[in-house]
Ligand binder design. Structure first.
Ligand SMILES: [Zn+2]
Length: 182
């Protein structure tokens, strides 16, 4: 695959006709070799490679989002632990970069992983609360149905009247469920 031309504006007014560095958009002379640009290029290459790998693969559909999220959270927590160890192994957390003092990449990577893990755990906690709320509502409805059944049995209504009342209650419950009645 041929590299595209750099295309940076030159001092004489034209555009640079050197080839961009591999996986990058600019040539060496136009910033293609600074650490930040190199890191961005490495990330783009890795993403392109991964995208190419999954093309033509039979992909598993996500049928259980909670389980998928739990797996993701487990991976991120493991990654966070590994990165924390790397940070602990560093003798200095900062270094003198070209643009002044900078925080080491290991620390940045750890912070990103910690943020991601925090967000995933937060999502999981919220999903857990939601499903617990649904369980509570189902339990309340079951109690309500049992109470109504006993009240109808004790009321001395005819079988026909009981059926009418039951169906009226069912209609009202559906309206409440649909949010039409508070
Ligand atoms: Zn150039």
């Amino acid at each position: 695959m041929g590299q595209p031309l750099c295309g940076a504006r030159t001092r004489v007014g034209g555009t640079c006709t050197y080839r961009a560095m591999y996986g990058q958009r600019r040539c060496r002379r136009h910033g293609g070799s600074t650490p930040v640009v190199k890191a961005a290029a490495a990330r783009r290459l890795a993403q392109a490679k991964a995208a190419k790998t999954i093309m033509g693969m039979e992909l598993e559909p996500v049928t259980d989002p909670i389980a998928a999220l739990q797996t993701r959270a487990g991976e991120t927590l493991a990654l966070k632990a590994v990165l924390l160890q790397r940070v602990a192994d560093l003798s200095e957390l900062r270094y003198e970069g070209r643009a002044g003092e900078a925080v080491r990449g290991e620390l940045q990577a750890y912070e990103h992983a910690a943020e991601r893990a925090g967000r995933l755990l937060n999502d999981l906690a919220r999903l857990g609360l939601d499903s617990r709320r649904v369980q509570l509502e189902e339990a309340q409805v079951a109690i309500l149905v049992a109470v109504v059944g006993r009240a109808l049995a004790a009321s001395g209504l005819s079988e026909e009247q009981t059926i009418t009342v039951r169906s009226a209650i069912a209609t009202e419950l559906r309206l409440v469920e649909g949010g039409k009645v508070a």
